[in-house]
Design a protein around this ligand. Structure first.
Ligand SMILES: [Zn+2]
Length: 669
């Protein structure tokens, strides 16, 4: 049964997506001039963040060359306590400049199954950088081994609390799309396309710049600000962008200027394509609403409706669980399947979908899952803007945990990920059954994204182990208490840059308990949980046998004497993993009765002995019978059945009948 599910999920993972080409769509036709959105960027007036990095960008898109020519004015405010005399800028597009960049060497020219095209490289060139009237471009230098970070010296230091304005002109050549940004046919996803200033981090007074070169496993980290972006584009093209459309004006040369405004965001991305149409809906948040749009091609209309419902559900549920969605619009871009390199990515108020595949029937919720995940990133990274280079788990993993929670709320406990042709599956357990064993990744969750052994190891620890660890903790402290604590974390840290230590401190404060017994091994050490039943022994209860007393009062008690009825049983369970977790153990007896005991391993214990007196012997022992400890890996020896032959005494080395709650159950005899 689950093999069929596997095939479907694997097909999604392998990207077996149907494709069609632009030529079948005819020449681009002039699009009606878009009507400005007529809503404020924020649902309630700001500022909501310190707004340290604000950008005004005038950009012109050349659709034939897939190139952007732009002027950018950055207003940067020194939010630290020490003066600053250089500004480093991420030039992400230079990652696609040649095969020698860190991104290309660390990715092997491949990203999520998509390969680079060696005929169309991407790059960004900055001919001019001015601070006031002074041209400083000649003094700027590349840092870190490739050209993805440019350090710009300032003519005078910027004091704590002061601001500086830097004007740049730049040309951004989009690569052929394979890793988030670039073009495919007439479609282009324009992301990480402008020079983006780094972030000052560290102890007040001793701040340093955080602006590392672009590596395949690292995503993005930036300060919040206000963006005003004018895009001059062909009038034949549809545009979707971060923020709200404030003005639209046609030029005489067949182009038009679209003006976007966004507040309290830390990035700006846009999509352009001549063949897109728009589906619109509304999410209810508190006593207000959010406009939700799905931008899609005509042949993806059916999927667009699913993405719209998923996005609305995500906004409503995340708003309730964490903090209300603060912006007025959410735009969901459904890329054409052949432009899959753009799929499944998050930007502020704009995300891209994935999974529009012929296998993804209604009820096979892979497309919904991706949309929920990407929209969810508007909380975990969009609002709680953690450092994705150093602690990617704070957005990817915490988001994954929240996604599964929201899917349960939206689609039901048992069928949150799958409800099709009578097959059902929940997001948590499907993930555990199908994913790589994260307890084999030789790095803890809390590892910098670029420092993992490989991309698979990064994904297993960052996404799945984090989500499983949080779900496990949720089970330990109680769902409602944990939900309240996570809400407080979100409320406390929204529009800031929380670290892992901040998350732990916030949870401990809310829950009123020391969580380090779990947190340290689960997040800061490799490994996981690996339960096993070590031994089971049942003896018929009887008086002690042997010789008792002396002389005439000597009495011999033999096997046939002294039976008092019933059985005395002993079960030893062990955790071979590195993370102690309280767990339930279900014990079933030959007369059909059962009992559930708990091993509370918060004391750090790695094994536990249960003893019990019952009227019949044990026939079955199951550790974690409800599958609550998602952090547990090897499930083969967590659950044993005893046969009449071995019922009296069983050890883990004996031949046993076993099964698991995971994948082996699906493919076994
Ligand atoms: Zn993600």
């Amino acid at each position: 049964m689950r093999m069929r599910v596997l095939v479907i999920w694997a097909a999604a993972a392998l990207g077996l997506i149907s494709s069609a080409c632009d030529s079948s769509l005819g020449p681009p036709r002039r699009q009606p001039l878009p009507v400005p959105d007529g809503v404020a960027a924020l649902r309630t007036p700001g500022p909501r963040s310190p707004r340290l990095a604000s950008y005004r960008i005038d950009a012109r898109y050349d659709a034939a060359a897939h190139r952007v020519d732009a002027t950018q004015v950055l207003t940067w405010t020194n939010g630290g306590h020490s003066a600053v005399d250089t500004l480093p800028f991420h030039l992400y597009l230079n990652a696609f400049k040649n095969e020698a960049t860190l991104f290309m060497t660390s990715s092997g020219g491949e990203h999520r199954g998509q390969r680079a095209d060696d005929r169309s490289w991407g790059w960004i060139e900055i001919p001019s950088i001015r601070v006031g009237a002074l041209e400083v471009r000649p003094k700027a230098i590349y840092l870190g081994g490739d050209e993805t970070v440019l350090e710009v010296p300032l003519p005078a230091p910027v004091a704590a609390g002061a601001s500086v304005e830097i004007t740049m002109t730049f040309t951004a050549q989009l690569p052929r799309l394979f890793a988030r940004t670039g073009y495919h046919g007439a479609f282009a996803m324009v992301a990480q396309w402008f020079p983006k200033v780094g972030v000052r981090v560290g102890t007040p007074g001793f701040e340093t710049w955080h602006c590392p070169p672009f590596h395949v496993n690292t995503e993005f980290f930036a300060d919040f600000g206000v963006y005003d972006v004018n895009l001059t584009v062909p009038a034949t093209h549809v545009v979707a962008a971060t923020g709200v459309l404030t003005a639209a004006k046609d030029n005489d040369d067949g182009t038009r200027v679209l003006s976007y405004h966004a507040e309290d965001v830390h990035d700006f991305a846009w999509m352009i394509d001549p063949y897109m149409e728009v589906l619109t809906g509304t999410a209810k948040v508190g006593d207000g609403t959010v406009i939700v749009r799905v931008v899609h091609r005509a042949r993806q209309r059916g999927f667009a409706r699913r993405h719209l419902a998923a996005a609305i559900g995500t906004i409503e549920n995340f708003s309730e669980l964490f903090v209300p969605y603060p912006w007025s619009i959410m735009t969901v871009v459904d890329p054409p399947p052949e432009a899959e390199g753009a799929a499944g990515m998050e930007y502020p108020t704009l995300v891209t979908t994935a999974g529009d595949h012929v296998f993804m029937r209604d009820g096979v919720r892979v497309p919904e899952y991706v949309t929920i995940h990407e929209v969810g990133h508007n909380w975990f990274q969009g609002l709680l803007a953690s450092n994705e280079f150093e602690e990617a788990w704070l957005d990817e993993g915490v988001n994954e945990w929240a996604d599964a929670l929201v899917m349960t709320r939206m689609y039901g406990e048992r069928a949150s990920a799958l409800s099709w042709m009578g097959w059902t599956g929940d997001a948590y357990h499907l993930r555990r059954a199908l994913d790589e064993r994260f307890d084999r990744v030789p790095s803890p969750i809390a590892t910098a994204a670029y420092a993992f052994i490989d991309t698979d190891g990064y994904a297993a620890a960052t996404y799945h182990k984090t989500s499983a660890a949080l779900r496990t903790l949720e089970h330990v402290v109680g769902r409602d208490r944990f939900a309240a604590a996570m809400k407080t974390y979100a409320e406390t840290w929204a529009f800031r840059h929380p670290t892992g230590a901040d998350l732990l401190a916030s949870l401990e404060l809310s829950l009123g308990e020391d969580l380090r017994w779990f947190w340290t091994p689960a997040f800061y050490q490799p490994g996981g949980v690996d339960f096993a039943v070590r031994s089971v022994e049942c003896v018929e209860a009887h008086e002690p046998r042997g010789v008792f007393g002396d002389g005439s009062s000597r009495k011999v008690v033999t096997g046939g004497d002294g039976k008092v009825g019933g059985w005395t049983c002993e079960v030893v369970v062990v955790n071979h993993g590195s993370v102690p977790v309280p767990v339930d153990v279900e014990l079933r007896f030959a007369d059909g009765s059962h009992q559930r005991d708990r091993w509370d391993a918060r004391d750090g214990s790695r094994w536990h002995r249960f003893t019990m007196a019952r009227s019949s012997p044990l026939v079955e022992v199951a550790i974690d019978p409800d599958g609550d400890v998602l952090l547990s890996g090897n499930l083969l020896d967590d659950h044993i059945r005893l046969t009449p032959d071995n019922r009296a005494s069983w050890r883990a080395s004996a031949r046993i009948v076993f099964w698991t709650q995971g994948l082996m159950q699906a493919v076994g005899p």
